[in-house]
Design a protein around this ligand. Structure first.
Ligand SMILES: Nc1ncnc2c1ncn2[C@@H]1O[C@H](COP(=O)(O)OP(=O)(O)OP(=O)(O)O)[C@@H](O)[C@H]1O
Ligand SMILES: [Mg+2]
Length: 608
């Protein structure tokens, strides 16, 4: 509870400052040119009144009279042309400042977005498996793309509008008061009225925006899920079903967007109504003064009053738009902050040791994915694997085999007990040192787009061609690589989509061997290989890297029968450990699995 309270107290903007790093100058330039643009723009109505009063009506005390020489004022045509020219120059300068401000704010906000994306990416790189489980991969992708983009757009709008609007509003009001204070009172009354109306609209709008963002999330999730698994969708001919499901999500999003944009569209007419209302009142009152009361108000001044009204009211509306986008960005910022705030639960330990040997010791290890001691995925495991030993692990689906080996390179931490590698607790190692010593072929690991050689060098960036060939020989990958015309330079598509399932598995094993680990873990890594290849790989592993500890998880008993020892897992518990012969003699679970697999092999069509 205390942590949540502290989180709440922290500013939502806590990560914004550092992400402006390197773009402070651009931000300052955007602000400077934004101010300059407004200052110049506010001058234009004043110059207009000078032309009308001084040039057309030839009034004696028109605005800014003291700035013009008498000779120029006396020459009517020259006066009108000169002031007109000044007006054009001011307008062009203002436009140029506006362009520069827009350009600089675009650079600053794009840079900010790049920094933010990079911070997120770096943070996600440091995540443990548990951290990734917490957010889910599609949600992390949405946060690093859609949410960052929302922040970028708002930041750009913020830099442009926040500089313009308040300055413009204040300047326009000041100018209006300088010209005719009693008329300026009209829009001084109207502006708070408009402000209240806009605040009400924003209050109604915010929950609608949040709903729209949630819908956008679900749509992104649906798109990602479908694209990532497009092959499965096709294999199960689920295209129509998925399209229908997507249509519902898309329609939901459309409704939510319409509902939130209804309010946006209302702000326009309200602004217009108030603006024209103010203009009418000012024109009526001002006109009366000029025609009947002769208070000294000049026609040109009345015209500039109308312009200032327009400027003040429209800048307030722009400000309200900004506040609305900020409420939208707030939801994104909270989601980004959640990622940046996530405590990485697996961090470097104090020791600087490298993995000395390939021994692995599980000492009374319990583990739960939820952290709940009542829901253990592994329960009181005591298992000691000697350096250089080949240990088989067998057990039914979901019995905890992958979970067990995931604790060795510290993908997760044990709930209680300790896991030791090379005699040292895994929590004491620096992660890099520990993982340098342990190579794991994940059950559903991936390959990356790039050449075969590039993929192999993930194991060791400095691996020579000889070393790669040797690893591929052990993993039986050489036979298919040699058949490719471009050999090790063959390009792989994302996740090796242009390879067969068995070829992918063999390449992943080779990649793990290239690393020259002290401990090599194969998690169901030969399931897609035929029996002969499977046997060849096992024999090559035994002969070529005898000093490496090998932990082999398999569903097929034939794959682990020849291991030095075999661990039998049952419902997260270590049921037995021993050689094939020992287990055949004393483990009923092992014997049952053996006999059912042998029966199947002899008579593959028999009903089990
Ligand atoms: N990331 C996860 N989050 C929560 N629960 C998980 C996670 N991964 C696995 N589990 C659960 O933990 C249990 C053990 O899973 P594990 O992957 O270790 O099984 P396994 O023995 O490797 O099975 P298989 O032979 O199918 O690969 C299962 O009940 C599974 O549902
Ligand atoms: Mg598994």
């Amino acid at each position: 509870m205390r942590i949540i309270e502290e989180q709440k107290k922290k500013s939502i903007f806590r990560y914004l400052g550092i992400n402006f790093k390197g773009y402070g100058l651009w931000t300052a330039l955007a602000a400077f040119f934004g101010c300059a643009e407004v200052m110049l723009e506010v001058l234009i109505p004043m110059l207009m009144s000078v032309i009308v009063d001084g040039g057309l009506y030839r009034e004696e005390d028109f605005m800014l009279r003291e700035f013009f020489p008498q000779a120029l004022i006396d020459d009517r045509n020259r006066f009108v042309i000169t002031v007109g020219l000044i007006m054009v120059i001011v307008a062009i300068l203002s436009m140029m400042c506006g362009l520069l401000a827009a350009r600089f704010s675009a650079v600053a906000s794009q840079g900010f977005a790049k920094n933010l994306r990079f911070s997120l990416f770096e943070k996600i790189q440091s995540f443990s498996f548990a951290n990734i489980d917490h957010f889910s991969t599609p949600s992390l992708i949405t946060r690093a793309t859609t949410d960052v983009n929302t922040m970028r757009m708002t930041m750009q709008q913020f830099l442009r509008t926040l500089m313009r609007s308040p300055i413009m509003m204040v300047m326009a009001t000041v100018m209006a008061f300088a010209i005719a204070p009693h008329l300026a009172l009209v829009f001084l009354i109207c502006i708070p009225f408009l402000a209240v109306l806009l605040v009400i609209l924003m209050k109604i709008g915010q929950p609608r925006f949040k709903r729209m963002l949630r819908k956008m999330d679900s749509m992104n999730k649906a798109v990602q899920e479908n694209l990532v698994s497009s092959r499965v969708v096709k294999a199960y001919v689920r295209g129509d079903y998925e399209s229908e499901r997507f249509r519902e999500t898309a329609e939901d999003l459309r409704d939510a967007q319409i509902s939130s944009s209804k309010l946006f569209t209302l702000t326009g007419p309200i602004q217009m109504m108030i603006m024209w209302g103010c203009t009418l009142i000012i024109l009526f009152l001002g006109g009366q003064e000029i025609i009947f009361e002769k208070t000294g108000l000049l026609t040109g001044e009345l015209v500039s009053m109308v312009s200032y009204t327009t400027q003040a009211v429209s800048s307030l509306t722009m400000l309200s738009w900004l506040v609305m986008s900020m409420s939208r960005a707030q939801a994104s910022l909270v989601r980004i902050n959640e990622v940046l705030d996530e405590t990485v639960d697996i961090a470097d330990g104090p020791s600087d040791e490298t993995v000395a040997d390939g021994s692995v010791d599980f000492e009374d290890v319990c583990f739960s994915y939820t952290g709940d001691p009542e829901k253990l995925a592994l329960s009181h495991i005591d298992l000691h694997i000697k350096s250089g030993e080949t240990m088989g692990v067998i057990g039914g689906t979901g019995e905890g085999k992958s979970t067990l080996v995931n604790l060795i390179p510290r993908f997760y931490d044990a709930l209680s007990g300790s896991v030791k590698v090379g005699g040292i607790d895994v929590r004491d190692y620096k992660l890099e040192k520990l993982r340098d010593g342990v190579s794991m072929v994940l059950q559903n690991g991936s390959l990356f787009s790039g050449t075969i050689a590039q993929n192999l060098r993930w194991g060791d960036p400095n691996a020579t061609m000889e070393q790669m060939k040797e690893a591929c020989y052990i993993a039986c990958a050489d036979e298919f690589i040699d058949k490719f015309p471009e050999g090790y330079e063959t390009m792989l598509e994302q996740d090796g989509a242009n390879l067969s399932g068995g070829q992918r598995q063999r390449l992943r094993i080779a990649r793990a061997i290239v690393k020259h680990p002290k401990i090599l873990i194969l998690d169901d890594s030969t399931s897609a290989c035929d029996m002969t290849t499977d046997e060849h790989i096992r024999r090559a592993l035994h002969n070529s890297i005898p000093g490496t500890t090998k932990i082999i998880i398999a569903q097929r008993i034939a794959s682990i029968m020849t291991c030095d020892r075999i661990a039998v897992l049952d419902e997260g518990k270590l049921s037995d450990v021993g050689t094939h012969e020992e287990l055949m003699a004393r483990s009923t679970i092992y014997r049952d699995v053996y006999e059912s697999q042998m029966r199947e092999e002899e008579n593959p069509h028999a009903e089990s």
